[in-house]
Design a protein around this ligand. Structure first.
Ligand code: PEP
Ligand code: MG
Length: 747
């Protein structure tokens, strides 16, 4: 096919289709395919290498190389030219293979006679399946047409592999998506779960990659694209008044849907013999491959848009809608590239676990998963390409590990772990009503963090003595538009009803940084964590804060009310916010609404500066709660969202404990009630140390109350304080080793 015409290309695909239609075994089919490719391309050699395991390729069929090397010759990912093609996902085309970068001679194949080399990755939607190679004796570079034709063939091979056309004896010919696989990601929410995969976006299966009537395929593509454009225009029309970000995404969709380059490439693929859906998927595969390479987040998002658009188009073409009629499997574990908090709430507690390919620890989905106490693993790369609906799956939220189609031994070890956790839960349930009084008689008040209605049943089941932090922004984040005051009144009053007189501390809206409201104009800040967020927004644009304060007062309806302001960095901000409360109270009084029976107004201590505020601030403030997540990130200058630096600094670092000690002392002087409500309060070792430093109220996720209480009941805080003080005097960086040592001697 040296002249590489479209009809030649179609002829080759036609022959491939014949090969697919035979009921030969996988090996015979592969042999036939290498033969017919070499024949059509006019090359001496055609070989197919498939992955034997994630980083080993195996020569599985060849025309032209020594037959005895089939299933014997192997190379690692990145090794030799074939390994280079597989690793980079890029074509290698050279007239002089032995001089090309990375060349490695495989003597058993007899390939030394061949000078030119063309290697094409065989990949499907970002999943690497193997490499297709042609070689010839004469030193020539393959033409762009030839490369293109072979790329189309590689795409068909990938589809055939997906359909199980090459299944046979041996590891490299084992069916896809059947081997067990492990994914290492990050912890989004602790806990272990066993269940079955439920793909949020089911895979579209293409059964007809090759078509022989290009005109008909062209028509099908055009009809589908028209339908897609109409759909996107309709969505745009509907959201004209709504959310800006969504509009931007839809505009990008429209841009792609009308993109001439995109259409042209697909039409060319069809002209060469691909079906309309295979042409769409080829573009999608390219976009996925690029997505893995670009660093720029804007570009990545646009490529993700293109990916979504291709999915829509494929659904139109194949008729495989989102509603495939499939039912949730028993014990469903949701697997998705990413998911918004709204969608996640729709699934609600029916899910046993969640695994996301993207997502981050601080994402809204993670916040919702935590509220629902569903184990969540984020950053499980490539899981959506590997997992099939219904596959058995184990989610280890503690370690951030996922086992897909696990071996029996892994399953039984995992079940042991779940059983141990269940035992521990039973033990925690038995101490639910027991107050957290330490061995040396100190009562520690254990309260919980909440933010959604779904959290409230935990108030009873966890044994929490109240809600130490109600993150009001979650209700704002899970909606598509700003909630109305009346909605907030209803919501807060249900929270207070559910608390049955226990104290609930409502934190006013803490938005900005990673918490961006979908319906608010995004501000483009170079460093959002240090930017216009929380109380800063509340004071500069007080409309929403006033509405929220009113809603809180009306919801209290004469009951006790506690309000806390987030991210106060200097006393003045607290005073200004407090003045807003006073004004709102005065207004509500005039309007004839009942005023709260008692009103406490506090602040979160989340910036080091507030720890050094004038003592008068400590006298004035109603109460303080240490927001350890933020305080730690600013104290160590280490972004709490950045996995690379986040774990570098220990909460039990001597310097950080000195800061805590200072805050405790200053609150002690003024008699200011102090609590700690960052994530560390829910970690048993950290929690006992914070208590030993003098903090008497710890606010945490409901699931942490049992483990923390269990350890507190066994701890003598006075002794622990001595251990901590001695370690600090010795000049240690972190007191953790000393504390662990002490605990192991006092089990
Ligand atoms: C904190 O910063 O510790 C805190 C409790 O607030 P958030 O995690 O919501 O920022
Ligand atoms: Mg905070």
């Amino acid at each position: 096919m040296a002249d590489g015409t479209e009809s030649e290309s179609r002829k080759l695909l036609g022959r491939l289709r014949e090969a697919m239609a035979t009921d030969e075994a996988g090996q015979a089919r592969l042999d036939r395919i290498t033969h017919l490719i070499a024949d059509s391309m006019g090359t001496e050699v055609c070989s197919i290498y498939l992955f034997r395991d994630v980083d080993t390729l195996e020569l599985c069929a060849t025309e032209g190389l020594k037959p005895e090397s089939v299933h014997q010759t192997r190379m690692r990912l990145g090794e030799g030219l074939v390994g280079r093609v597989a690793k980079s996902g890029k074509v290698v085309n050279t007239p002089d293979a032995p001089s090309a970068k990375g060349f490695r001679y495989m003597p058993e194949t007899g390939e030394e006679r061949y000078s030119s080399f063309l290697g094409i990755p065989v990949q499907r939607l970002g999943e690497k399946l193997g490499v297709l190679v042609v070689q010839s004796r004469d030193a020539r570079e393959f033409s762009a047409d030839e490369v293109y034709a072979l790329e189309v063939v590689a795409m068909v091979l990938a589809e055939m592999a997906e359909l199980g056309a090459f299944v046979g004896e041996g590891a490299a010919l084992s069916p896809l998506h059947q081997k067990s696989a492990m994914f290492r990601g990050g912890t989004g929410q602790e806990g272990a779960a066993e269940g079955h995969v439920w793909l949020h976006e089911p895979r579209v299966v293409i059964t007809n990659p090759i078509a022989d009537d290009p005109h008909r395929e062209m028509e099908r593509l055009n009809e589908a694209v028209d339908e897609l454009r109409v759909g996107v225009d309709k969505m745009l029309e509907m959201s004209q008044n709504g959310d800006k970000e969504q509009l931007q995404v839809l505009e990008a969709y429209r841009m792609f849907a009308n993109s001439k380059g995109w259409m042209r490439r697909m039409e060319e693929d069809i002209a060469r013999g691909l079906s309309a859906e295979a042409a769409v998927e080829k573009e999608q595969s390219l976009a996925r491959a690029r997505m893995g390479q670009v660093q720029d987040s804007y570009l990545r998002e646009r490529l993700a848009d293109l990916d979504d658009l291709s999915n829509r188009l494929l659904r139109i073409l194949t008729g495989q809608g989102k509603q495939t009629g499939a039912e949730l499997p028993p014990d469903p574990i949701l697997v998705a590239r990413n998911i918004g908090p709204g969608d996640l709430l729709e699934y609600g507690r029916s899910l046993k676990g969640i695994v996301l390919e993207e997502g981050s620890v601080g994402s809204h989905a993670a916040i919702v998963a935590r509220a629902l106490a569903i184990p969540l693993v984020v950053h499980a790369e490539r899981i959506t390409t590997e997992a099939l609906n219904g596959d058995q799956i184990l989610v280890d939220g503690d370690q951030g590990v996922v086992h897909l189609r696990p071996e029996e031994s892994v399953v039984s070890a995992f079940r042991d772990k779940i059983a141990m956790q269940a035992d521990a839960q039973a033990r925690y349930a038995s101490i639910r009503e027991t107050p957290a009084i330490t061995k040396d008689g100190q009562h520690i008040n254990l309260v919980m963090n909440a933010g959604l209605m779904a959290d409230l049943p935990s108030l009873e089941s966890s044994g929490a003595e109240g809600v130490g932090l109600f993150r009001t922004e979650l209700q704002f984040l899970v909606r598509n538009q700003m909630p109305k005051r009346s909605e907030l009144v209803a919501l807060y009053s249900r929270v207070l009803d559910a608390a049955k007189g226990k104290r609930v501390v409502f934190r006013t809206l803490d938005i900005g940084s990673d918490k961006v409201l979908p319906y608010m104009k995004p501000t483009d800040e170079p460093n959002p964590a240090l930017g216009w967020r929380a109380i800063r927004v509340g004071l500069d644009k007080p409309g929403v804060m006033r509405m929220q304060l009113q809603a809180l007062i009306r919801a209290a309806n004469g009951r006790a009310l506690s309000i806390m302001f987030p991210f106060v960095a200097q006393a003045e901000e607290y005073h200004a916010a407090r003045a807003e409360v006073d004004k709102t109270i005065a207004r509500e009084k005039v309007l004839g609404h009942p005023l709260p029976e008692t009103l406490e107004i506090g602040a979160m201590l989340e910036t080091p500066s507030l720890a050094f505020a004038p003592q008068k601030f400590f006298d004035d403030v109603g109460f303080l709660s240490i927001g350890g997540n933020d305080l730690k990130q600013f104290f160590f200058a280490a972004d709490r969202e950045n996995e690379r630096v986040r774990r570098r600094y220990d909460t039990l670092n001597s310097s950080f404990l000195s800061l805590i000690e200072r805050i405790v002392e200053r609150c002690g002087i003024s008699g200011t009630p102090l609590s700690f409500c960052g994530e560390d309060a829910g970690r048993p070792i950290e929690a006992i140390c914070l208590a030993a430093m003098g903090i008497r109220t710890l606010s945490m996720r409901p699931a942490s109350i049992g483990p923390v209480k269990s350890l507190l009941l066994r701890t003598d805080l006075g002794e622990l304080r001595k251990i901590i003080t001695d370690a600090r005097h010795r000049g240690v960086q972190s007191v953790r080793p000393a504390v662990m040592d002490w605990l192991s001697q006092n089990p």
